[in-house]
Design a protein around this ligand. Structure first.
Ligand code: 13P
Ligand code: SF4
Length: 336
């Protein structure tokens, strides 16, 4: 993936675009400040031979500096194909680690090291090794499938990784009838509802999606006739039961663009609804209004500092890279 030529917007252009998302947060003065930072970031990107990869949950102004915006699977593929010397990852820590693992020759920078993930924190390599050893006695064919929302050393203990876009496909394709699925219990439940294999789940959850309740969905459905409900598989089973479609973040983008429907409730982190509001102006989007505070730690100012000072660099021991890479490559091989 080569560096793209991105035009610097003026403050007024930015205001026209971002006011659709939040008129209060993106007034003329804020947009002038953002436009000045965007100009400096684009200049530094050229000087450093850097690209910016951004997750769908990032702030709308971050989308303006991104060479590529996508879900975890698309970002992993983009990172692997990157030819620029520096990859600035506007997302969370496990995503930047994934980029480093798939393309270790590049310098990978995360603008804010505290940008973590509640799912990644819920499983350690030590706890996984212990559980795996216990279960292997019961199920000699046991395979470990780890959702990419985990640390590199957890990936290194896995047979394959998966993302929300390909979890069912990976579990079905892996050569085992017994799968220990870590760390998201809700995604494991969703996969179990689509597979005859035996899924043994870890007890982690995403604090953003797990807090969404069926009552919130029903209230919107009852008050807006004809609304389509799109939900992320990190949501609870009783929430998914009310959805018209269960999709990864980028699959929600495609579904909303292509569907004949014109009103949607987007049951995931709010950044995705912001992206839809900006890119699909002819349809109406209602937000679940949940913010991932880790994703929102990435700002234009932090990204500018990252490029200026080449920080914070993701480094991993060679043996962890090698172990985690086989699980990620297995995902790319089995999961398209
Ligand atoms: P996606 O892979 O669907 O973008 O999800 C990533 C994530 O962190 C969801 O909370
Ligand atoms: Fe992690 Fe949830 Fe934030 Fe995604 S939304 S990065 S799963 S805490």
């Amino acid at each position: 993936m080569e560096t793209a030529t991105i035009q610097t917007p003026t403050g007024a252009e930015l205001h026209r675009k971002l006011a659709a998302v939040d008129p209060g947060a993106y007034g003329p003065e804020a947009c002038d400040r953002h436009a000045a930072e965007i100009r400096q970031i684009l200049q530094l990107k050229r000087e450093r031979n850097a690209i910016v990869l951004a997750h769908n949950y990032q702030r709308p102004e971050i989308f303006e500096i991104a060479d590529f915006i996508g879900d975890s699977l698309e970002l992993a593929r983009a990172a692997r194909a990157a030819e620029a010397e520096v990859i600035v990852f506007c997302g969370v820590h496990f995503m930047a680690e994934t980029a480093k693992i798939l393309n270790p020759e590049r310098m990978v920078l995360l603008p804010e090291m505290r940008a973590g993930c509640s799912l990644a924190e819920s499983v350690t390599a030590e706890a996984l090794a212990e559980r795996k050893a216990e279960l292997a006695k019961l199920y000699p064919d046991l395979a470990v499938v780890s959702y990419v929302n985990c640390t590199a050393d957890v990936k290194a203990l896995s047979d394959a990784c998966c993302t929300s876009a390909n979890a069912v496909r990976i579990v079905e394709a892996i050569d085992s009838e017994h799968v220990l699925f870590v760390p998201d219990r809700n995604l494991a439940d969703y996969v179990q509802s689509k597979s005859r294999k035996q899924i043994i789940s870890w007890d982690g959850n995403c604090y953003v999606h797990h807090q969404i309740t069926p009552t919130e969905i029903e209230r919107v459905r009852n008050s807006i006739p004809g609304i389509q409900v799109l939900a992320h598989p990190e949501c609870r089973r009783d929430v998914l039961a009310l959805a018209d479609a269960v999709l990864s973040t980028s699959a929600m983008m495609r579904y909303a663009r292509e569907s004949a429907a014109d009103k949607f409730l987007i049951v995931t982190e709010c950044g995705l609804s912001d992206r839809l509001l900006m890119e699909v102006p002819n349809k109406r989007f209602f937000k679940a209004c949940k913010l991932c505070h880790y994703m929102k730690m990435i700002t234009l100012g932090g990204t500018l500092d990252a490029l200026r000072n080449l920080r914070y660099e993701i480094t991993l021991p060679d043996e962890v890279i090698a172990g985690a890479r086989q699980a990620l490559e297995k995902m790319l091989e089995l999961g398209g």
